[in-house]
Structure formats: structure tokens, C-alpha cells
Design a protein around this ligand. Structure first.
Ligand SMILES: Cc1cc2nc3c(=O)[nH]c(=O)nc-3n(C[C@H](O)[C@H](O)[C@H](O)COP(=O)(O)OP(=O)(O)OC[C@H]3O[C@@H](n4cnc5c(N)ncnc54)[C@H](O)[C@@H]3O)c2cc1C
Length: 107
């Protein structure tokens, strides 16, 4: 099945989707968007303040022994398709009207 094309403002502009937070929701959304659309049509960036994705349901098993902390933590970058940009930074401000995101360090 062919992947749909996104409508563009102009012929040579692709969409840039910025996903704030690389937890379960952000990671799944990014990978699904990447699968759903042609890479030429969409650029995806995930922003998170750290690179430690914690499998939260596994936390329930820590006090009783079957899980160890290192079993539950994976690199966020490695959960994302390599075509997805990953930016490690703290999000300071989102301006919806200007469509901008301010990160720590001023980027
Ligand atoms: C003990 C426990 C058991 C659970 N069991 C289940 C279960 O059985 N089934 C189930 O469906 N759910 C379960 N959950 C809930 C599930 O884990 C959460 O709902 C899910 O992880 C939430 O995902 P999320 O992506 O919305 O949020 P998060 O995983 O919290 O992701 C938010 C991300 O945003 C980033 N972030 C936040 N602020 C900033 C900032 N200013 N700058 C940069 N980055 C930022 C954080 O670093 C984080 O990575 C459980 C949760 C816990 C704690």
C-alpha cells in the first residue's frame, strides 16, 4: 500500500513535526508517523530532556525482586527510527501563535 502524501504550502516544502517529550506517547507517535508518511514529505524531531526511557509498568516489580532497574531503562534515541531526529534538551517555552519552541541553551 502506498503511503499518503501530505498537503504542502508549496511544492518544495516538507512538513516538520516536532514532538515534545520522548516518553511512550511521543515515541509511538514519532515511529508511527514515520511509517505512515513518505520521508520526503515529513521531517520528524523528538525533543526530550534526557535519554532514559523508563518502562513505567515494570516499576511495580522492582520492590519484589523480579526486575532490576537496568532492565527497565532504554535509550530514547534507540527506540526511534534512525530517520527521526532526536534533540536532547529541556523545553522551556512553547509559543503556539509563533509556532516556536524554546529549548534550554537558547536553541
Ligand atoms: C508504576 C506504574 C505502572 C503503570 N502501569 C501501566 C499499565 O499497566 N498499563 C498502562 O497502559 N499504563 C501504565 N502506566 C502508565 C504509563 O506508564 C504512562 O501512562 C505512560 O508512560 C505515559 O506516557 P507519556 O509519553 O504520556 O508520558 P511520559 O512517559 O511521562 O513522557 C513524558 C516525557 O516528556 C519529557 N519531558 C517532560 N517535561 C519536559 C521538558 N520541560 N523538557 C524536555 N522534556 C520533558 C519527560 O522526560 C518524558 O520523557 C503505569 C505507570 C506507572 C508509574
Amino acid at each position: 500500500m502506498s503511503r499518503p502524501h501530505l498537503p504542502h504550502d508549496s511544492e518544495d516544502m516538507s512538513k516538520h513535526v516536532v514532538i515534545l517529550g520522548g516518553g511512550t506517547a511521543g515515541t509511538m507517535t514519532a515511529n508511527r508517523l514515520h511509517r505512515a508518511y513518505d520521508e520526503r514529505d515529513i521531517r520528524i524531531t523528538v525533543v526530550d530532556q534526557d535519554d532514559d526511557h523508563v518502562y513505567q509498568p515494570g516499576l511495580l516489580f522492582l520492590p519484589f525482586g523480579p526486575a532490576q532497574p537496568h532492565h527497565l531503562v532504554r535509550s530514547r534515541r534507540r527506540q526511534l527510527n534512525t530517520a527521526i531526529d532526536y534533540k536532547r534538551a529541556r523545553i522551556e517555552r512553547v509559543d503556539l501563535s509563533e509556532r516556536t519552541v524554546s529549548l534550554d541553551g537558547g536553541s
